[in-house]
Design a protein around this ligand. Structure first.
Ligand code: FES
Length: 99
C-alpha cells in the first residue's frame, strides 16, 4: 500500500510505501529537504542536527510517534513539527519544509 506525501511549499506530491522513512523518501524523490550548507553537514538521520524539520499541515497523526531522541531535541509533543529523519509515513500527509 502506498501513501501520499505533499509538500505544499513546493507544490509537489509523491507516493511512498507504507511506513517509509520521510527523510529517506525525500532524498530518493529529490525533495530539497535541507537548505544551504545543511545539505552537506546534516547528521545523516540521527536526530542530532535538526535541519530536516518539517511542519505538518495535515495528517500529523498519520506519521509514526516521535522517537525519544526527537522528543528530547524538540522539547514538545512533536505532533505539528517533526524531524523527517524520525518520522515514518503511515497515511497521506501534507507538510512544508522548516518551521
Ligand atoms: S537529519 Fe539531522 S536531525 Fe534529521
Amino acid at each position: 500500500m502506498s501513501r501520499r506525501v505533499t509538500f505544499t511549499d513546493l507544490g509537489r506530491t509523491f507516493e511512498v510505501p507504507d511506513n517509509a522513512n520521510l527523510r529517506e523518501a525525500c532524498l530518493r524523490e529529490g525533495v530539497p529537504l535541507y537548505r544551504g550548507i545543511a545539505r552537506l553537514t546534516n547528521c545523516g538521520g540521527r536526530a542530532r542536527c535538526g535541519t530536516c524539520r518539517v511542519t505538518v499541515e495535515d495528517g500529523g497523526g498519520r506519521l509514526s510517534d516521535p522517537t525519544p531522541p526527537e522528543r528530547e531535541r524538540k522539547g514538545d509533543d512533536g505532533r505539528v513539527c517533526r524531524l523527517a529523519c524520525q518520522a515514518n509515513v503511515r497515511g497521506d500527509v501534507e507538510m512544508r519544509r522548516g518551521w
